[in-house]
Design a protein around this ligand. Structure first.
Ligand SMILES: C[S@@+](CC[C@H](N)C(=O)[O-])C[C@H]1O[C@@H](n2cnc3c(N)ncnc32)[C@H](O)[C@@H]1O
Length: 421
């Protein structure tokens, strides 16, 4: 327990000083190869949970210790332990006893009575502390204030549902490779293998519980991929047919590239600015038995990679704040700054302007983000269409005019299909 608490606290501390949770966990696994899969699972649970509920946990800790805690590592450790006491099934006495030892390792023997008093105090006054914690917006929703305000401005009373949805555990969803078998046949295989799953409207298969991929039937042979049901709409909306020239401009790790290639024998070019992430496109396509031309390039710098032959379809799955997938990446809530959103919007506009030039007349460009902020969604495509008389935004998109708000079945996405006249 002590080692798990120490590693979890160190990892959350790395996130709070600016590292992404994935990078912080990767570095922990690299430095501690001896950790078993159940120890890794326990550490991940504490890290994800603490970041999901950080606003509430901080509001509780601030009541327990009204003055600043000089040792930031100790403060973070107390937050992770409050998460364990509130949300884990571990016995409270064992959590507290080990946390007191952990505190000593972080701050010296003299901090033991302090850590012990804080945690026992929490156990005694829990209900009153939680009731006060949720009086502030940050304490109630566990997001930074600017994020809450932005969603209220964009969505009014629906904002609270979006915020609460972002603090839930995400579902695990599969995309069947229809070149391998149909979704209904794979659902049958899953059930025969003892997994509880159901089919959604678009054929995505929602698992009742997350499952390690190596336990999924025929995963290595390319039968299925893990992909959110909302993300699975892209390939169909792009409306591809065999022999089309298709560009996936921001392709890594290749979920949507692969889906398009599963649906039609298109001539696919997959770009990504990040050469390392592009390797993941390669390995995903290899597992599925699919091929594409892969290129590491800034998609907006078309002079560096484009041969002048126009594309019939362009997918622009733009880099964004990822505010629609925050339940999968709770670190995002604390890593983003309000000012980042304008930066993402500028990048999205730059990509859209450049990629419009490589699209053939009569061709279609699908603009996608996994953000629910309007500044990255309707504002980008609306302003673009207003500036370009040859751009027409087509109807028939899912959700609210292309905006899919996160719910129990899918993450948050924005889709806009533009036709070039
Ligand atoms: C939302 S992710 C794409 C997810 C991918 N389409 C999928 O479904 O698996 C955005 C990607 O854009 C890439 N990216 C960011 N800026 C870029 C640029 N200027 N040109 C090309 N790719 C870029 C990032 O490296 C990242 O892999």
């Amino acid at each position: 327990m002590l080692q798990i608490q120490r590693f979890a606290a160190q990892t959350v501390a790395m996130v709070l000083s600016g590292t992404s949770l994935n990078a912080a966990l990767d570095s922990l696994w690299r430095r501690n190869r001896q950790l078993t899969s159940s120890e890794r699972g326990a550490i991940q649970d504490i890290c994800y949970g603490t970041l999901r509920h950080l606003g509430t946990l901080s509001a509780v800790l601030d009541q327990l210790v009204p003055r600043p805690i000089a040792n930031p590592g100790l403060r973070t450790m107390l937050l992770t332990v409050l998460y364990q006491l509130e949300h884990s099934e571990a016995a409270a006495y064992a959590v507290v006893d080990s946390a007191v030892e952990c505190a000593a390792q972080l701050g010296g023997e003299h901090v033991k009575p302090f850590a012990n008093a804080v945690l026992r105090n929490y156990q005694r006054r829990r209900e009153a502390l939680l009731a006060s914690a949720v009086l502030s917006d940050e304490g109630r929703f566990s997001y930074p204030g600017w994020w809450i305000e932005r969603l209220r401005r964009d969505f009014g009373p629906d904002a609270e549902r979006i915020l609460d949805m972002g603090n839930k555990h995400p579902p695990m969803t599969l995309r069947t490779n229809i070149r391998f078998c149909s979704a209904s046949a794979y659902l049958q295989k899953l059930r025969e293998a003892g997994f509880d799953a159901r089919s959604l409207d678009n054929g995505a298969l929602l698992l009742a519980q997350p499952v390690p991929v190596d336990r999924l039937p025929s995963f290595d042979e390319g039968a299925v991929s893990v992909q959110d049901a909302g993300a699975q709409l892209a390939a169909t909306l792009l409306d591809v047919r065999g022999d089309m020239r298709v560009l996936d401009a921001c392709a890594a790790p290749g979920g949507k590239t692969a889906h398009i290639l599963e649906l039609a024998d298109v001539d696919m070019t997959a770009l990504d600015a990040d050469a390392v992430r592009l390797q993941r496109v390669r390995s995903n396509l290899e597992r599925l038995g699919l091929t594409a031309r892969l290129q590491a390039a800034d998609a907006a710098a078309i002079d560096t990679w484009w041969d002048g032959n126009a594309f019939d379809r362009v997918l622009l799955d733009a880099p964004c704040s990822a505010s629609g997938v925050v339940r999968r990446h709770p670190d995002i809530k604390w890593l983003r700054r309000a000012s980042d959103i304008a930066g993402f919007a500028a990048q999205q506009q730059r990509l859209l302007e450049a990629l419009w030039k490589v699209l053939a007349r009569g061709g279609k460009l699908l603009y996608v983000t996994c953000s629910v902020f309007r500044e990255e969604d309707h504002v980008i495509t609306g302003n673009f269409a207003a500036r370009h008389p040859d751009a027409r935004i087509l109807g028939g998109m899912p959700g609210r005019d292309g905006l899919l708000l996160p719910d129990d079945e899918h993450d948050g996405f924005y889709y806009a299909l533009l036709r070039k006249d």
